[in-house]
Design a protein. Structure first.
Lengths: 113, 234
C-alpha cells in the first residue's frame, strides 16, 4: 500500500500503533509493517514529519530516551490522542461499511412473477 | 554514495542532502537530524540482524528511509509551522507592550501640556485622528494574522486541519501589519515633534520610538522569512 493510498489515514494509523504503549520512530515503522502484514510500506523517513505534526497538534508527546546506549525520541499518546483515535475508529468503521456495501455487486432485482 | 565499510558514512551523505533542503539555522535542525540518525542506525541494525553485512545494511537503511527531498518537504512544513507560531506569539506579546509605551507617552505629554490634550492634539498635529485610526487598523490586522497563524499551528488543527502554507502566510500578514502600526506610530511622533515642539514628553517618547523601531525591523525581517518559508512549501 503506497503513501498516496494512505493519505488522510496516516495520522489515525500512527495513533493506533502507539495505542499499546510508547515507541520510538523506527519501532513505529516496524509495528506498522507487522500489523499490516507487510501491506503498509511507506518510506520510513516520511513517518518522522508526520509524528512531529501529531506532536504539534497535541495528540502525541515525545521525549528523548537513552535506553540501550542509543538516544531515541520516544512517542506516546496523550489523552487527546486517545480520544482522536476513538473518533477516527468510529468514522472509519461507518465509512468503510458504507463503501463496502456500495461496492458490492447490486443484488438482482427480485420481482414477484 | 559509496558502500564504505563504516556504517556511519552513507548516513552522513543522506542527512547532509536532507539538511541542505531545510531552512533555518543548523541548531534548529539538530534535533531532527539526531532523531533521523538514530532511526537509520536502528534500521541498519534490523538489516544486520536479518543477515546483511554492515555496509549493505547501512545502504538498505538509507534506501528504506526514502527520497531525502520527500522527507525534507515534510519537515519544511513543520519548521514553517513552528516559525510562524513563534513569530505570531511574539507579535501578540510585544504589540500591547509597545502600545502601552505610546499611551504612556501620550499621557505624559497630556499632563505637561494641560488638560484635555487628546482633543486639541487633533488640531495642532495634522491628521492625528486619521493616523490613530490607521494605527488601530494595522494593529487589528496584526492581531488577526497572529491569531490565524496560531490557530493553524496548534491544537485547533485537530479539528480544523490547515494547509501548510496558511500559517506562514498569516504570520507574514501579522508581521507586515506590525511594520505598518509601528511605522505609523513613528510618523505620528515625527509629526508631533515638528508641530508641537517642546510639548511632547521626550523621555517616554524616546522609549516608545526605540521600542517601535526595534519591533518594526524585527517584524519586517520575520515577515520576509515567513514568506520565504511559505514559498518553500509545495
Amino acid at each position: 500500500m503506497r503513501a498516496e493510498t494512505l493519505k488522510g489515514h496516516l495520522d489515525g494509523i500512527l495513533l493506533a500503533v502507539l495505542e499499546p504503549g510508547p515507541r520510538h520512530g523506527y519501532a513505529i515503522m516496524e509495528a506498522l509493517r507487522v500489523r499490516s502484514g507487510g501491506q503498509v510500506d511507506l518510506p520510513t523517513g516520511t513517518v518522522y514529519p508526520a509524528l512531529h505534526r501529531l506532536e504539534r497538534a497535541g495528540l502525541v508527546e515525545a521525549s528523548w530516551s537513552a535506553a540501550g546506549g542509543r538516544r531515541r525520541r520516544v512517542y506516546r499518546l496523550t489523552p487527546a490522542g486517545r480520544r482522536a483515535l476513538d473518533t477516527e475508529r468510529i468514522t472509519w468503521r461507518d465509512f468503510s461499511a458504507a463503501v463496502t456495501t456500495l461496492l458490492e455487486p447490486a443484488p438482482l432485482a427480485v420481482t414477484s412473477p | 554514495m559509496s558502500a564504505s565499510g563504516q556504517p556511519g558514512r552513507p548516513f552522513d551523505g543522506y542527512l547532509a542532502e536532507l539538511t541542505a533542503q531545510l531552512p533555518g539555522p543548523a541548531r534548529a535542525r539538530a534535533g531532527i537530524m539526531a532523531e533521523l540518525r538514530s532511526g537509520l542506525l536502528d534500521a541498519a541494525d534490523a538489516y544486520r540482524s536479518a543477515g546483511l553485512p554492515p555496509a549493505e545494511a547501512a545502504l538498505a537503511a538509507v534506501a528504506e528511509f526514502g527520497d531525502p527531498a520527500q522527507v525534507a518537504a515534510g519537515f519544511r512544513a513543520e519548521i514553517a509551522a513552528g516559525q510562524a507560531r513563534r513569530v505570531a506569539v511574539s507579535l501578540l506579546v510585544t504589540g500591547p507592550l509597545v502600545g502601552l509605551l505610546w499611551i504612556v507617552t501620550a499621557a505624559a505629554s497630556h499632563l505637561s501640556a494641560g488638560p484635555a490634550l487628546g482633543w486639541h492634539w487633533a488640531g495642532p498635529i495634522p491628521g492625528l485622528g486619521v493616523g490613530i485610526c490607521l494605527v488601530a487598523a494595522a494593529a487589528g490586522v496584526t492581531a488577526w494574522g497572529a491569531l490565524a497563524a496560531i490557530a493553524a499551528t496548534g491544537r485547533l488543527t485537530r479539528w480544523l486541519p490547515a494547509r501548510p502554507r496558511r500559517a506562514p502566510a498569516a504570520a507574514a500578514v501579522a508581521g507586515y501589519g506590525a511594520v505598518c502600526a509601528d511605522g505609523l506610530g513613528l510618523v505620528l511622533l515625527a509629526a508631533g515633534l515638528a508641530t508641537l515642539p517642546g510639548k511632547l514628553a521626550l523621555a517616554p517618547a524616546a522609549g516608545a520610538a526605540v521600542a517601535s523601531l526595534a519591533r518594526l525591523l524585527l517584524a519586517g525581517r520575520a515577515a520576509r522569512h515567513c514568506l520565504r518559508l511559505r514559498a518553500s512549501l509545495a
